[in-house]
Design a protein around this ligand. Structure first.
Ligand code: EPU
Length: 418
């Protein structure tokens, strides 16, 4: 079984390039199958397991997929299969974007229900509400979502909750509906904007992505294009926090500092120096930090996906930190692992109370989900002695070559496979 072994206590110094955004890439790849003319060439694709999984799924649907270094070429002209019911589809979250993409192009789809990290109940009622409003019949049978529409017709849809997945999925379906669709109470995350930009580059007519209201004027068809995925806000946030927690000076390149403002603000409050460049950000830290309170909210608030890495840092920040997780109800499982390393944490419902301790000590721990895994890596980097992290397949789903990147910054971290 593969594991990461970390000898903690090294400060981090140097430059690190941030990869393309996972949560943009995993929506853009399914969206490529909407092109009935030409090829899509997608650049700045992160080398992660969720992307490998989507490459297999899309090629099994009948697209020609050529994978290069951080680039994928997808030719979906001859794709006719609208059924995606495989283990790969069931094990990842973003496979649900096939629903919107296939429905838009073929007006039908059968896609197994998605999997993903065990961080809470993950309903898709808002996706279904949107598809139905556009005129699709939606049934769930034998674990698959079955979608069928004679025609898709533009509609006004007000989402009950702000959902990244529902916003992107329904926006994709609406790109080829007849007339205008108005989506209200939508998610504004950078990856929502990136997917809208990609769809527009394919020939869609989408306005307002990044605001509370998105307007989609339906077009007859989409064609292939070249596109480069935005930098990963969450990978960047994770490295910023690691540098802050370990101490040292780290410059992240290929980032959009604007997307990182909520994270920068909290790090500054904790006593870290954050210098923004045009497409870089530098973290300078003594490693001696103050506790801060965090509340996760949809963008532009503090991202839930950075809450777990941040809580690892706050374990050793002086005083009390209170974390309120308002997106996912079970996103504190990593705290039990951090307690094995000496953290003082108490969970009450959606709130975690951390009392800063002087140090963490290395232990054998597991990654209970993707971002929990990143939290354990940060904890291992700051802990005294050796930390072994198991179940690192979760980490590989979303962080490309995490150990190589930290090694480059001076960390003592190795992947061991026995
Ligand atoms: N929700 C509903 N109904 C729906 C959809 C969502 O009630 O139909 C609720 C959820 O239960 C949750 C909230 O709305 O309480 C937000 O969920 P959202 O739909 O925004 O989450 P998602 O699309 O399933 C994506 C990311 C997650 C990230 C969330 C929030 C992908 C593939 N996943 O999930 O990323 O936490 O948005 O930003 O884009 C991760 O990368 O580690 C990860 C879990």
């Amino acid at each position: 079984m593969e594991r990461l072994v970390i000898n903690g206590g090294q400060p981090l110094y140097g430059d690190i390039d941030i990869n393309g955004a996972k949560n943009a890439a995993v929506a853009i790849l399914p969206a490529t199958i909407m092109a009935s003319e030409g090829k899509c060439v997608i650049e700045n694709i992160p080398d992660i397991e969720d992307v490998n999984c989507l490459e297999r799924i899309i090629s099994e649907l009948g697209a020609e997929v050529k994978v290069g270094k951080n680039t994928i070429e997808i030719d979906s002209r001859n794709l006719t299969n609208t059924t995606a019911c495989t283990e790969d589809v069931r094990k990842m979250r973003a496979s649900y974007y096939l629903d919107g993409a296939l429905l838009a192009r073929f007006k039908q789809a059968k896609v197994d229900l998605p999997g993903g990290c065990p961080i809470g109940v993950r309903p898709i009622d808002q996706h279904i509400k949107g598809f139905e409003a556009l005129g699709a019949k939606v049934n769930i049978e034998h674990g698959a979502v079955i979608l069928k529409a004679e025609r898709l017709i533009g509609a006004n849809i007000f989402f009950d909750v702000v959902s990244v997945g529902a916003t992107i999925n329904v926006m994709m379906a609406a790109t080829m509906a007849e007339g205008v669709t108005t989506l209200e109470n939508v998610a504004k995350e950078p990856h929502v904007v990136d997917v809208a930009n990609f769809l527009n580059t394919m020939g869609a007519d989408i306005k307002g992505a990044g605001t509370d209201v998105i307007k989609v004027r339906g077009v007859k068809s989409l064609k292939g294009c070249n596109y480069s995925v935005i930098p990963d806000q969450i990978e960047a946030g994770t490295f910023m926090i690691a540098a802050a927690a370990c101490g040292g000076e780290v410059t992240l390149t290929n980032v959009i500092p604007k997307h990182l403002e909520s994270i920068s603000a909290k790090l500054i409050e904790a006593g870290v120096t954050v210098d923004e460049g045009d497409d870089s950000i530098t973290i300078k830290s003594t490693g001696k930090l103050k506790g801060v309170n965090i509340k996760t909210t949809p963008y532009p608030g503090f991202p839930t996906d950075v809450q777990q890495p941040m809580s690892a840092m706050l374990c050793v920040a002086s005083g009390r930190s209170i974390i309120t997780e308002s997106i996912w109800e079970s996103r504190f499982k990593h705290l039990d692992e951090l307690k094995k390393m000496g953290a003082s944490a108490k969970v009450e419902g959606r709130t975690a109370i951390l009392e800063g301790v002087d140090k963490l000590t290395g232990a054998v721990v597991k990654a209970t989900d993707l971002r929990a895994g990143a939290a354990m890596v940060i904890a291992g980097l700051i802990a005294e002695g050796e930390t072994e992290i198991y179940n690192i397949e979760h980490i590989d789903r979303g962080y490309p070559h995490i150990e190589d990147k930290f090694k480059k910054l001076g960390a003592d971290i190795h992947r061991i496979d026995d």
